[in-house]
Write a protein that binds this ligand. Structure first.
Ligand code: ADP
Ligand code: MG
Length: 322
């Protein structure tokens, strides 16, 4: 393709609501055969709502635990964090906030260590440790040393008395909800279930991608149930749930090793490694700066059907110019 033709096509891309970083991005669009799609904030609106809060019997009451969780999430830009923060009132300030992509957040709130994390995830400060990926956050760094409202005994993970937790997680699963765990001073105190909505444009976008012969693959850090629910709704059969940011990048590497030309569409910090490792990285315009920075293409209007249009445009461009 001549530079002029590519530039003209790039200009038209902008008209479609697509910002491409350069001519090589158009070339990438033309050749892609597999599209790895993030779920939360990409296929879904990313505007989540808290649907249920289940507190540990004998522990904090629902409003108290939600308020602490909201405080810990105040610094988060993740859809889960935004929803939890928006669902509470009179949110106290938090200190020493840390967020870990694909895992969750931790902060000190009113002298307590509050963690809001993916069920089964390693807590933020424990991610470097080997061993089981299913361990619960360690109770550390608390000035109050596990002093809870229901006494000072620290329940062992998986000990009798944790049935409420399994039940709450199962209920969220059955409803296709995203579930996060709230730990206070190392004790699992609540399960928060959240609902998300598939973007109106996602149905058409997935349909168009398939018609263009592209293989859609859903990859998400979220659980199996919410991932399957969205995939089924959109007609995507290949699903990778509970994928860490590294898993997403590894999936892209594997697909490329199999000879595929892989595009990744994502919005979050958790997608940046996969975006950077793809033949073509595509960020949602509403996404985090990290995602946009790692991508070759940005979808300005958050309408994924623009991607199918862009692929069609890129293919047409190369045909016209040859
Ligand atoms: P996705 O791939 O669907 O965009 P992420 O990788 O960003 O999802 O997140 C995966 C999971 O990590 C979420 O479903 C949630 O359980 C947990 N998580 C991520 N960020 C947060 C946060 N700020 N607060 C609580 N949990 C979080
Ligand atoms: Mg996302």
């Amino acid at each position: 393709a001549t530079p002029t033709a590519l530039l003209a096509a790039t200009g038209r891309g902008a008209g479609l609501g697509i910002l491409v970083s350069g001519p090589q991005a158009l070339e990438g669009l033309r050749r892609v055969d597999t599209v790895v799609l993030d779920k939360t904030g990409t296929l879904t609106t990313g505007s989540m709502t808290v649907t249920e809060v289940t507190a540990r019997p004998g522990g904090f009451d629902r409003d108290a635990v939600l308020r602490l969780a909201a405080a810990a999430e105040a610094g988060s830009e993740h859809p889960v964090g935004l929803a939890i923060h928006a669902s509470a009132v009179a949110v106290p300030p938090a200190e020493s906030f840390t967020a870990t992509a694909g895992v969750g957040v931790r902060a000190q709130v009113e002298g307590r260590l509050v963690e809001v994390v993916r069920p089964g995830a390693q807590p933020p400060e424990e991610t470097g440790r080997g061993g089981s990926g299913e361990s619960l956050p360690a109770a550390t760094a608390s000035n109050h040393d596990g002093e809870g409202p229901a006494g000072t005994r620290r329940p062992q993970p998986g000990a009798p008395g944790d049935e409420w937790l399994a039940t709450a997680l199962r209920r969220a699963d059955d409803a296709g909800r995203t579930a996060v765990l709230v730990h206070i001073d190392g004790i699992p105190e609540a399960v928060i279930a959240l609902g998300d909505t598939v973007r109106a444009g996602s149905y058409r976008a997935v349909d168009h991608l398939k018609r263009l012969g592209l293989r859609p693959v859903l990859a998400t850090g979220d659980g199996e149930a919410p991932a399957r629910a969205v995939a089924a709704e959109l007609g995507i059969t290949e699903v990778h749930a509970r994928a860490t940011p590294e898993d997403k990048a590894e999936l892209v590497r594997t697909l490329r090793e199999q000879g595929h030309r892989v595009a990744v569409i994502g919005d979050g910090v958790n997608d940046t490694a996969a975006l950077a490792g793809a033949d073509l990285g595509i960020a949602m315009g509403s996404g985090t700066d990290a995602a946009i920075g790692a991508a070759d293409v940005t979808l300005v209007r958050e309408d994924m059907s623009a991607l199918a249009d862009a692929v069609r445009l890129a293919r047409r461009t190369s045909v016209t110019v040859r």
